[in-house]
Design a binder for this molecule. Sequence first.
Ligand code: TRP
Length: 453
Amino acid sequence: MQRTTSIHGRWSHRWVFILAAMGSSVGLGNIWKFPYITGENGGGTFVLIYLLCVFLIGLPLMMAEVLIGRRGRLSPVNAIALCARETSVSPRWQLLGGLGMLTGFLIFSFYSVVAAWILHYIPAMAKGVLAGAGIQQTSRYFEALLVSPERLILGHSAFVWVVMTVLALGVRRGLDRAVRIMMPALFFLLLLLLIYAANTGYFKHALVYLFHFDLAKVTPQSVLVAMGHAFFTLSLGMGAIMMYSAYMGRRDSIGRSVLWIGLLDTLIALMIGLAIFPIVFASQLDPASGPGLVFITLPVAFAQMPAGQVLGFVFFILVGLTALTSAISLMEPVTAWTVERFKVMRWQAALIWGVLAWLLGLAVLVSFETMSSLRFFSRNLFDWLNYFTSNLFLPLGGLGLAIFVGWKLSRRVTESELHLQQTWLYLAWYFAIRYLVPAALGIIFVANLYNII
Ligand code: TRP
């Protein structure tokens, strides 16, 4: 029953799987979300809670995704169906794969709009368009950009085109090569920023902000935030990691790979915090400015720093790279599934979905301009897509997967596929996937649902 390779291909090395999964998980969530929620929720105490959530909830769920993906060696829909058949449970569970593909496609369509903003800022930074600007100017600049689709359409198209090309080239020549080039580049740029930040004289402030202990700020709400973020930042719930696991080596250790991915994702999130906050503090800005951090607050800092032009340029290339590697993983499941289902060539599948995503992205772009007419409940298309996918579809998908793997799949399958060295480790995982993960995701889902109504 155990396939050694997928019909789609295979990673060239054990580490490429880890790099690819990191590429998926390191995204905008790491850049703007992790640093500021950490600051808002008690610094070091929050980091500890978050780490606990990564280990108790995130990694067990990731192991579940990896084991299905590697066992099935196909897109989530068919990998789930295969595992279901192996244990004689209803193949209907493959609907989870379908939900995941839809979620990935929808996230991608607004991700590329964010990418278009980033692509706009790269040359803007290099040219010093915002040199000397204050917070009013940068907000106005960003707001004006939002409602000018004509200035963004090129970036949006270019982004979709690059992702489409990587997907069309396939696992070995496309995805494998892309992450092997982009992930080291990302790491290198991050290191450059970190070195700069360490020399601003505000490095200690950032350390204190991120690592001081403040138990008073820990509330049930902040635990909920930590749980949600541990889950979101690891790209779980939609089958991206499952898909990448289909290309993994037969004998590679799932436990060890997953541990590396969790540790490295957290390390990068902390490094980004340590790179960004000294720059923010050096310009006396507010670090807790949320989504505006990347496009409004940081540009002010860059506008006022020595060598800020170069710094801003490097920073936005870094952000762009993280968006790109995440975006590839959003579209790979649906591409691979189309190849399996309709027996088309890979480039054809990539082209179809690329064009569809481009069109939906276009609608998102325009939805900012026609905000007044298209807004309902004061949210536009972008907000709705973001809200439904991140807050409802992803937790729902994760919840379904945990129930499927923990309660439906036979222990024989999970035990042999995980192949953990110690029995107690397996039992700990089994407990987590049966009780902890469903409980956590159930709470997250209900809380988000409650927030919406
Ligand atoms: N993990 C990404 C981040 O931290 C966001 C994300 C969530 C994602 N689910 C995903 C990216 C699925 C790619 C695929 O920003």
